[in-house]
Design a protein around this ligand. Structure first.
Ligand code: HPA
Ligand code: ZN
Length: 341
């Protein structure tokens, strides 16, 4: 057992109670099979699965696209404002159980508007649940609109137009979906417009795509954070730059395992990232599909990489420091981590 803990149970208890922020969570990826069935029934939608077990059995992926095909199919059960509320509320109660104090969640409006669901339906359902979680659990939140990178930049521009009336509730924009073949440069103009509107900027880069995509996210999109960023490690100059800039990486260990970004959790680069001075964080990405919420992600890497108490505290500190909270709120959360540790 590594420094700072007397046993594996001691470390597990420490992880469970550690105050955390989650910075990389696709709300549609928190749709549990049980809720998928409930919503399919409520909305009279046929789904190609006979049981919850059958759904779970279908969650075997060999790459990102395998997962995305199932993910877009799964979200088809989401139709009404109440559906988006129920989805978001279910995630937030799981996060609360994991001692998550702040969340910055992604949503994929194009996955809904292309099915005829109004942007307003999606955002009102999600934000009502975020407001209720603040009141009931004291969880604060930010909301990040993601553009689907397999679609065109013109479609991203149209989505940003639709978001304009809701900018009071949207804190940032991101870039997700099929990475390879859809570099950040494809979206340089729409991200420049979003930045001009005062929105924070994030992008998935270096999950399956090459280090060059991380460079583009930094240089062309002017990101505030990199989502994933694993393949940055192939480029020592890029690692040095990310470390020098204090750029937060939102790393997702169980996602990386399920999507075969790593072959084995024991080979996960999280500890290497920390040792290289990178501001890595631990997140769940699409917890219903990848087998665990944020606490389970911390636990998996702590066990596989034998993380110390100091490593775990660094990860939790990075999660608040890399958030879009104001300086005063960050300081309050960082002090709570220090008091806990
Ligand atoms: N990568 C890219 N797009 C996504 C992901 C992911 O892990 N999850 C949901 N959309
Ligand atoms: Zn993601």
């Amino acid at each position: 057992m590594h420094d700072g803990f007397t046993s594996a149970q001691d470390r597990a208890a420490f992880i469970a109670g550690l105050p955390k922020a989650e910075l990389h969570l696709h709300i549609e990826g928190s749709l549990e099979p049980e809720l998928m069935f409930e919503l399919a029934q409520r909305n009279g939608i046929a789904i190609p699965f006979a049981s919850v077990d059958e759904v779970r059995a279908a969650y075997a992926f060999s790459n990102l696209q395998d997962f995305l095909d199932i993910y877009y199919q799964g979200m088809a059960v989401l139709l009404t404002e109440r559906d988006f509320y129920d989805l978001t509320a279910a995630y937030l109660s799981r996060a609360h159980a994991d001692h998550v104090r702040h969340v910055e969640i992604f949503f994929d409006p194009q996955g809904h508007t292309e099915r005829g669901v109004a942007f307003e339906t999606v955002i009102t359902g999600i934000t009502r649940a975020l407001d209720d979680a603040q009141a009931q659990h004291g969880i604060s939140s930010k909301l990040i609109l993601c553009f689907l990178r397999h679609l065109s930049e013109a479609e991203a521009e149209a989505t940003l137009d639709e978001a304009l009336p809701w900018l009071g509730r949207i804190d940032g924009v991101g870039l997700d979906s099929s990475e390879v073949g859809h570099p950040p440069s494809k979206f340089a103009r729409v991200f420049a417009r979003a930045k001009g509107l005062g929105l924070k900027i994030v992008a998935h880069a270096g999950e399956e795509g090459p280090p060059e995509y991380v460079h583009e996210a930094l240089d062309l999109l002017k990101v505030d954070r990199i989502d994933h960023g694993n393949r940055s490690l192939e480029d020592p100059a890029l690692v040095a730059r990310l470390a020098a800039e204090g750029m937060t990486l939102t790393v997702c260990p169980l996602s990386n395992l399920k999507l075969c970004v790593v072959d084995d959790i024991a080979a996960h680069p999280l500890k290497t990232m920390l040792d290289a001075g990178l501001a890595a964080t631990v997140n769940s990405d699409d917890p219903s599909y990848f087998g665990g919420y944020v606490g389970a992600n911390y636990q998996a890497v702590a066990d596989a990489l034998d993380l110390s108490k100091a490593d775990l505290v660094t990860l939790a500190r990075n999660s608040f420091a890399g958030s879009f909270l104001g300086a005063e709120e960050k300081a309050k959360h960082l002090a709570a981590i220090d008091a806990y540790a």
